[in-house]
Design a protein around this ligand. Sequence first.
Ligand code: MN
Length: 291
Amino acid sequence: MKICRFNDQRVGVLVDGEVADVTSVLEELPTMQWPYPRHDVFLERLSDLQPRLQAHVADARRIPLAEVELLSPVGNVGKVIGAPANYVRHVNEARADSAIHHGKEIKTIAELGLFLKATSSLIGPSEPVLVPVTEQRVDHEIELAVVIGRKARNISEDEALSYVAGYTIGLDMTVRGTEDRSSRKSADTFSVLGPWLVTPDEFGDPDQVDFELTVDGETRQRANTRDLIFGVKQLISLASQIFTLEPGDVIMTGTPEGVGPVVPGQKMYCTMDRIGAMSVAVDASTSRWIS
Ligand code: MN
């Protein structure tokens, strides 16, 4: 099942290229009292709700996909977890290009572990990525994004995929420079998820996924998740040893070779097997990046 969020916090299921509005299913969520939970209560209940979503589809209003504004498929994100230097050919291009390494030694994920991006950086594909005023490069990084559906702590690789609510396309936008990753990758709009969440039963094996990113029609990144240094199961298990994973937490699994700059006015087009495609505009921010 492909589940999206759209327009004014509505929930949809993708059916034959149209969005079936199943927002009424949200009435089944528990009433909340302050302090509200940090995690996503819809994704927490998604496996229970899936049959009911399916039942709602029959009577739902259908809207052509082109007429909806797609939001991030995760409503309440608790953590955006990043996997640095997780494809060998991306490590190699970073080592060969001073515009990427900026004099820093480029290590791999085995040495670096994971990093976090600010949750305020998260947007959906209907919003533009905003490039700050800077002399530094602002690069696209397309990545398979894994969305957690169940609380997970110290789980093994064998059980890791049973904690997944779904998969979506991620963009981990990045300013190149000497600053810490949590600065360079956390500006507003620097985490894009979309176009929708694909549930694990429909998605299948996350370690065999072709994907591609083009900028204004030019192919920049084209790869398959089979080339991840730390695969999806290993990333989930590793993350769960560091922090408790909660429904709505996102793991961006790392980007392959072909990263490159974007400037205001350009359009990024992302496609991923078994998910679909999303187009994301690039616009100018008034923020001034200090270097
Ligand atoms: Mn990345």
